[in-house]
Write a protein that binds this ligand. Structure first.
Ligand code: CAA
Length: 379
């Protein structure tokens, strides 16, 4: 197997490195403290073609391969995970299902502007009573004339406040349970759609996480995504791709931690020597490095399967579980290298430590990834 990046992948990586260095790193800590949504940076990511990174050019995308996409996710996340989550949700959880399950009219109307960054998307599956058990959702969609009327509440929706379009999962045949769920393309401006409470979170402070309220929300019937009652399969298939994005995000956070810890360990002196001369510190750095490289290999494997249209449920779940647990360990260990300084907002480590925590929770907890892995193994 050839691990060398091709010239296009190297070019994309270099472009994103420049963007991260010039535009993201200088503002990340301040914007995190202020908790402001990085609208300007999202616009810059759109200009660079990152909001529809692997969508086909005929639908407004950049046509990148999946390896390029995960490299971009890693790079942005190594500086600021709140920015990369906006990108991955738009790419993997919104553009991808429209590309896979949408009809031509839906692709023209929604996929092209989403890919170009003219619209921002969010993915509305989770409900107050339906987290890990996503199939137990209660939101309903009742057909009336040429409309579906959606009623219910979604919670923890990444980009929920800022997004223009939500993919909403709702019961069209409640008696069938999870086999009666459908997916809908719901514009924020449709009557009956309201943004509710915003979450005050530990990390990802600049990415909004919102409650979405639907009260007789009027959705034209042509906005049904895919086939009626196939929605739960669409949701789970979408999450397979999404988990590759979150795994790459976790990898990037771990890389950010290692980069900072290496520099600090070489400059900080204790006992008349740099920290890096102590084996206790070297072992920490070695642990993080091995975890990072192992996670990257798993992510590349899942991305390659996705690229080739091969099964990837198992690979995506393994990559997501491993990378997110590894990133939390890496953040803990890097903070240990920084000592008390790492516990303050003077360093980026404190932010990485908080941001890493979500990666074992969203797009399926670590426990759910293990359920998926075991199911694939045993069936
Ligand atoms: N792709 C396509 N279809 C799939 C699938 C996949 N990966 N996995 C399962 N299916 C199919 C099954 O074959 C089944 O179809 P049949 O009935 O025809 O056989 C159907 O989907 C239902 O599957 P299960 O019965 O296995 O479903 P389940 O209720 O047992 O749930 C689960 C499985 C893995 C636990 C799932 O509920 C799950 O992944 N839960 C976690 C939810 C989650 O990740 N939420 C994330 C929220 S979004 C988010 O976090 C975004 C953000 O903020 C960034």
């Amino acid at each position: 197997m050839d691990f060398k990046l091709n010239s296009e992948q190297q070019m994309i990586l270099e472009m994103v490195r420049q963007f991260v260095k010039k535009e993201v790193k200088p503002v990340a800590a301040r914007m995190d403290r202020e908790g402001t949504f990085p609208r300007g940076l999202v616009e810059k990511m759109s200009e660079l073609g990152l909001m529809g990174a692997f969508m086909p050019p005929e639908h407004g995308g950049s046509g990148m391969d999946m390896i390029s996409y995960v490299l971009v996710m890693e790079e942005i996340s190594s500086a600021w995970a709140a920015l990369s989550v906006i990108m991955t949700v738009n790419n993997s959880l919104v553009c991808e299902p429209i590309q896979r399950f949408g009809n031509e009219a839906q692709k023209r109307k929604y996929l092209s502007p989403l890919s170009k960054g003219d619209l921002l998307g969010c993915y509305a599956l989770t409900e107050p009573g339906a987290g890990s058990d996503a199939g137990s959702l209660k939101t309903t969609a009742v057909k009336k004339g040429g409309l579906y009327l959606i009623n219910g509440t979604k919670v923890f929706i990444t980009s929920g406040k800022e997004a223009d379009l939500a993919i909403v999962y709702a019961l069209t045949a409640p008696e069938k349970g999870k086999k009666g769920i459908s997916a809908f393309l719901v514009e924020k401006k449709f009557p009956g759609f309201k943004v509710g409470k915003l979450e005050d979170k530990l990390g990802l402070r600049s990415s909004d996480t919102a409650e979405l309220l639907f009260e007789n929300c009027e959705v034209p019937e042509e906005n049904l995504l895919g086939v009626e009652n196939d929605g739960f399969k669409i949701a789970l298939a979408t999450l397979d791709g999404g988990r590759i994005g979150i795994a790459s995000q976790a990898l990037g956070i771990a890389r950010g931690c290692l980069d900072e810890a290496v520099v600090y360990s070489k400059t900080r002196q204790q006992f008349q020597q740099p920290l890096s001369s102590f084996q206790a510190i070297q072992w920490i750095l070695a642990d993080i490095k091995v975890g990072i490289d192992a996670a990257r290999l798993m992510i590349f494997k899942a991305a390659r399967n996705r690229e080739k249209g091969l099964p990837m449920t198992l690979e995506a779940a393994m990559a997501k579980w491993f990378a997110s647990e590894m990133a939390n360990r890496a953040a803990y260990q890097a903070l240990q290298v920084f000592g008390g300084y790492g516990y303050t907002k003077e360093t980026n480590i404190e932010r990485f430590y908080r941001d890493a925590r979500i990666t074992t929770l969203y797009e399926g907890t670590s426990e759910i990834q293990k359920v998926v892995i075991a199911r694939e193994l045993l069936r």
